[in-house]
Design a protein around this ligand. Structure first.
Ligand SMILES: [Zn+2]
Ligand SMILES: [Zn+2]
Length: 347
């Protein structure tokens, strides 16, 4: 089968991956399933993997097939698989978990002590077929297109996970700020709108992104290139600040907003990454706000998100590309030229 594989870390996105002919995966354990990939979302994390940014955090053996936002049809199952069968259309939670460790039993799929992460630590879905496990797949309701929903496997679930944490403490009339209305941000904004009665402000440097935010439920939009973010948020919130800030950018400039815009006791959720946090410890003491990390989400949260998609509360902007165009996609994303989310459709 054809697969887009990383052979060496590089900053040159134009030649990041190569299309190789490799063996089709087969179930190696009784709970494995093989999925014929119909859609695999391209993610900023794929750019970061190619750059070698993950080598300090996880073990990777190259060459490796990337692609961790996968959906498609089950074509083969291990001997003991009971809950899904050949022919089912599924979205794949991005990690394969053991189900036995304490974290799995707590429902914390991402903390599984024996986790495998196709596309990050083992072969992923930028290929004709993907190996994953029964515990990772969620059957799709009729009428939900696997190509359209694929990016929710990571982009969507990650945005949803941060928003769910935020909405647990957002009361009607509280303020929420969404920083960055791109691939993840535009999903997060819709989840926030569907799940809370907070007043929502969206920040983005691009006019089209602010227009999109407007149409997706933001009550206010801010252009950080021409407006002073702290002043505007201060005006919108009568000086109180925003109880919850969800940062889909995660650069030095955006993490630096927190001391000025987060309400006392509030949270600045870090979803996008690549920058650093350099604020004085005193600012966290004075404001008693927190920076909170976001690592994908639980299997059950992906089920909940599928429900929001089926209800029509969350829709994705996607554009489709052939497997052979994968480096073009990487290059385009690097330059901010992808609208919404790019989905690779293997042959
Ligand atoms: Zn991703
Ligand atoms: Zn586990």
């Amino acid at each position: 089968m054809e697969a887009a594989r990383l052979h060496a870390y590089t900053d040159d996105m134009e030649n990041g991956l190569s299309i190789d002919e490799i063996d089709r995966p087969e179930p190696e354990q009784s709970d494995h399933v093989v999925v014929e990939v119909q859609g695999a979302g391209w993610c900023q994390t794929d750019n970061h993997i190619i750059e070698g940014l993950w080598t300090d955090y996880v073990e990777q053996t190259l060459p490796m097939t990337l692609g961790h936002e996968n959906a498609g049809e089950i074509v083969e199952v291990g001997d003991e698989v009971k809950t899904v069968s050949v022919g089912d259309t599924v979205i794949c939670h991005p990690v394969m978990t053991c189900g036995q460790c304490r974290q799995c039993r707590l429902g914390e799929d991402m903390y599984c002590e024996n986790v495998q992460f196709p596309g990050l630590t083992t072969d992923g879905g930028f290929a004709e077929y993907l190996l994953t496990s029964e515990r990772s797949v969620i059957p799709l309701p009729d009428g939900v297109d696997p190509v359209e929903i694929a990016p929710h496997a990571d982009a969507g679930i990650t945005a949803y996970h941060a928003v769910k944490k935020a909405t647990r403490v957002l009361n009607p009339g509280d303020h929420a700020v969404v920083i960055g209305v791109g691939g993840l941000g535009h999903i997060g904004l819709q989840c926030l709108d569907a799940m809370s009665a907070a007043e929502i402000t969206a920040l983005d440097v691009k006019e089209e992104a602010r227009d999109l935010a407007d149409s997706l439920g933001a009550h206010h939009t801010v252009d950080p290139t021409t407006e002073d973010v702290a002043t505007v948020i201060g005006d919108i919130t009568d000086g109180a600040g925003a109880e919850q800030v969800i940062d889909f950018v995660g650069r030095d400039e955006t993490t630096a907003y927190a001391p000025d815009i987060v309400a006392p006791g509030g949270d600045h959720h870090i979803v996008g990454y690549g920058g650093h946090i350099h604020e004085p410890s005193q600012s966290l003491v004075n404001g008693e706000f927190s920076y909170r990390g976001t690592l994908v989400g639980r299997y059950t949260e992906l089920q909940e998100l599928v429900t929001l998609v089926e209800r029509g509360d969350v829709s994705l902007r996607t554009s489709r590309y052939d497997l052979g165009d994968i480096n073009t996609v990487a290059e385009k994303l690097e330059h901010g030229e992808i609208e919404g989310r790019a989905v690779i459709t293997p042959p």
